[in-house]
Design a protein around this ligand. Sequence first.
Ligand SMILES: Nc1ncnc2c1ncn2[C@@H]1O[C@H](COP(=O)(O)OP(=O)(O)OP(=O)(O)O)[C@@H](O)[C@H]1O
Ligand SMILES: [Mg+2]
Length: 447
Amino acid sequence: MKPEDLAASMKIDFQAGHIHLGKNRFLLFSTDGLGFLRKDLINTLGDEITKGVLFRLGYQAGYIEAINLAKDFSWENDQERLQAVCDLHTIKGLAQPVDIKIEVAPDKKHLYMEGKWLDSFEVEQHLKHFGLEKHSVCWTLEGLVSGYVSAVIGHTALCLETACRGKGDPACSWQVKPAAEWGRTGKEMSDFLRSIDIRGRIDLLEQIVDEKTRALKETHEYLLRAEKLVAIGQISAKIAHEIRNPLTVVGGFANLIQRRTRLKMPEKKYVEIIISEVGRLERFLNDVLTYSTEFPIERRQLNINKLIIEVLLLYEDTLARSGIAVHQYLEEDMPLILGDKKKLEEVFIHLFSNAVNAMPKGGHLRIITSHMPDPPPSRLRIEIADSGVGIPADVLDKIFEPFFTTKTISSGLGLTVSREILKRHNGTIKILSEVGKGTTVIVELIL
Ligand SMILES: Nc1ncnc2c1ncn2[C@@H]1O[C@H](COP(=O)(O)OP(=O)(O)OP(=O)(O)O)[C@@H](O)[C@H]1O
Ligand SMILES: [Mg+2]
């Protein structure tokens, strides 16, 4: 079958509004229209999916053409049928096929074809919308030849470009071989022949975009909050500073009055209340300042056991009054640490005061210190365990949050500040608790 004979058999049926080549109904469709479709597909679905869609479109069309043409025309041999797919390129205006070589064994197992496409409509349209690419672009043509040849030989063959003008090569060169002979590329292209779940891919993409948008929004809100917190921190530090001095004066005078004046009730009680409340406010302001400012750390060599014993002394009366028995297991010869004595004292004041608060009806307070050289890093471990009320799981999540408290007249800064001070000392704090059984605080300081 000569290409001219094939072309002459093309019929335009004006009555039916059909164009036929044998039983195949064709369309005369503008290449520009297809170019816009390609552009939209690539812009919405990306290169990979578009390649798959166009390859599959070509494959299906080529396959059916081969079957119909086999019935409608008489062919000398397979060689002639295979040649026709190239002639059809010209008839359909797809490209000019040149340098065609066809090898096909009588049993059709061996197959090899090669050739070139000049002026491929796909290159023309792709360059128009996207310019030069790093990959080949004649996806529909590849599909058409693959489908047509596969139908002729009865097993899947793939036509792939080895060069393409769409990526700057001088011509579009292609080869056709059985799919298995193309290796991994063949497997990838064969995957396109299965239907592509475009909806699923779009849903997945939408889901990813949604997640990314949500994360971006959260980061934005977090940054706004962080910015606000920094401002609040600065304001709090300023207010705490301003209040602290006059408060010291009030406390000082109240102490003076208590010492120098023989007060009677109820004035005596009033002054005592002033002194105790001023003390509470001073501690609160101190916590606020520690939390909201970059407090300086003065490092000196410290014996942690000694520091704990000194802090415990401050609680001697309170512990005795509350019916709390203290059990100390302090390891001897603990290495000294470099730390800020006042700040570390503050930590243990907070921890002991929490323990005391947790045991209003008395109980046991166990303090264990130890040196843990292994596993590295070498560190000091201080365990403070009370037999108090314990902390419910939902509260445990929040206890390190600033201003979180379950007490009526507390600031809720004790643990926040303690963790901050320990962090500055290369230390950590961990709290384990069981409601009704007690709480264990584990402090570790890396040496
Ligand atoms: N040993 C403990 N036993 C039971 N609950 C505890 C213990 N330590 C802390 N908590 C819980 O953690 C909360 C927060 O403790 P944190 O020390 O930060 O603040 P606070 O003691 O409430 O107030 P502040 O320490 O500022 O006076 C407490 O209100 C309490 O509910
Ligand atoms: Mg506390």
